[in-house]
Design a protein around this ligand. Structure first.
Ligand code: MG
Length: 449
């Protein structure tokens, strides 16, 4: 068992196991709820195997980057020997760590900071929670590992469509929308969906489905022509941003107005079609462009407006991702498993700092989750100015703290934890012990006091 040394840290060797359990995703009193059966726990076995495979994949991808970053370009002499166990970090990615495919300038240093290159020589466990998607979790982690110059494991990563894997048992034939080429079909099949149809399959089979949309040669080759006469599409999943709004919306609209998802049919009441799930609901997101770009939430709004214009009725769709409380509950369990498997910490943190750039998803979700009965830990929201947030505006969902960038955010979190322990000097000897230990061993004399 790991020994506690105070200041919420443990002397723990980093373990190799990356097994991560899966648990129920949902349950929060939120605006959209998944079907009830999804609230049951699911089998951890498949996920554990996948995590392990992803780990091997990742080791190949990043092996050249695995030498300790502490040995290079570090202003500190002593590598981290302790892990903070009373607090943890969770990061959004786009607009916080990455923008337009490139790391935000302070991101690499921030990652080094929380991996031990700080005045305290501590490591802080962390996870990533992004609404983005369109690739497998392992692929996205390999990208992130290269961009941030450190290893990122699927065991510490949730993207927008990760919760959709839970639906593979419920639906047999599904339409998967969005993303580059065939990638989302591959992701969906990897999640266990048995019969995955894409808009390309429908256009290839019936080319006048979308009058102005022609498949490219590559799309035509990859798409699967089939007889849809006896096929019922049971659910529609928008995994990633649509590359063809007009065509995709036409096909989704046809299906939600159909009889039980049978292509070519039309319901008289327009309410017999399959449900539509979106992997998140962000209206805008941060890219290399100076202004935010519209995203999946905009497609959702557009689709619902179109349905109303055509049928006169309201369309109810379902969105995952932040700010849904289920996503934060999932993040809690992932963090718990990650801390246990890699740091030997088998209890929840007191505080989780969530760093994001979008008030409507990151900050709102963190604040609401903190106030919900679902959270044992305190979830503390930090807004950074490197993404969609506009300087000078007042966010509709105010954060507990605003920082210029990710490096300021992680320094703030560590400093706040240090100050809290310093302020509680009448508390258990363990805390004081930790405090003195840090006074004694802090490298370079960089005590933050
Ligand atoms: Mg973001």
């Amino acid at each position: 068992m790991a020994a506690t040394n105070g200041f919420g840290t443990q002397k723990v060797p980093r373990l190799s196991s990356l097994d991560a359990s899966r648990a129920d995703l949902y349950g929060g009193p939120n605006v959209v709820m998944p079907p009830k059966h999804l609230m049951a726990n699911s089998d951890a076995h498949d996920m554990a195997i996948e995590m392990d495979m992803a780990k091997h994949h990742l080791e190949e991808e990043v092996s050249s980057e695995e030498e300790s970053p502490l040995e290079k370009d570090s202003p500190f002499i002593r590598p981290a020997t302790t892990t903070a166990d009373e607090f943890a970090l969770a990061f959004d990615i786009d607009g916080v760590l990455i923008r337009g495919g490139q790391p935000i300038p302070e991101a690499v240093e921030a990652m080094k900071y929380i991996n031990g290159e700080n005045p305290y020589g501590i490591k802080v466990p962390y996870i990533f929670v992004t609404n983005g998607g369109g690739k497998t979790e392992a692929e996205r982690c390999a990208d992130l590992s290269r961009q941030l110059e450190l290893e990122v494991s699927p065991g510490q990563f949730i993207c927008g469509h990760t919760p959709m894997r839970e639906m593979a048992e419920k639906y047999n034939t599904v339409l998967v929308v969005g993303g580059e080429g065939e990638k989302c079909r591959i992701v969906a099949e990897g999640y266990g969906f048995k019969d995955v149809i894409t808009p390309g399959d429908i256009i290839k089979t019936r080319h006048d489905t979308t009058p102005f949309r022609k498949l490219t040669d590559e799309e035509y080759r990859n798409s699967r022509e089939r007889n849809f006469d006896d096929v019922n599409i049971e659910a529609i999943f928008v995994f990633a941003d649509s590359r063809d709004w007009a065509g995709d919306q036409q096909i989704i609209l046809d299906l939600v107005m159909s009889k039980q998802g049978r292509i070519g049919t039309r319901s008289e009441t327009f309410d017999e079609g399959p449900p539509v799930y979106f992997s998140h609901n962000d209206i805008v997101w941060s890219t290399s462009h100076e202004h935010s770009r519209i995203g999946m939430g905009a497609l959702r709004a557009s689709l619902e407006a179109l349905y109303k214009a055509v049928t006169g009725k309201e369309l109810t769709t379902i969105a995952f991702g932040k700010p849904q409380l289920g996503t934060f509950a999932f993040a809690t369990r992932l963090l718990q498993q990650w801390r246990k498997d890699t740091h030997g910490i088998d209890r929840p943190p007191q505080t989780v700092y969530f760093v994001g750039d979008t008030p409507e998803s990151d900050i709102r979700g963190t604040n609401e989750f903190n106030e919900s009965h679902l959270s044992d830990a305190n979830w503390f929201s930090i807004l950074v100015k490197t993404g969609v947030y506009q300087e000078g505006t007042i966010p509709r969902f105010p954060p507990k703290k605003t920082c210029n960038h990710i490096l300021d955010a992680v320094k703030f979190a560590v400093q706040r934890e240090f100050d809290r322990r310093e302020d509680s000097s009448a508390t258990p000897a363990e805390t004081l012990g930790g405090y003195y230990m840090y006074k004694q061993y802090a490298p370079c004399g960089h005590l933050m006091q």
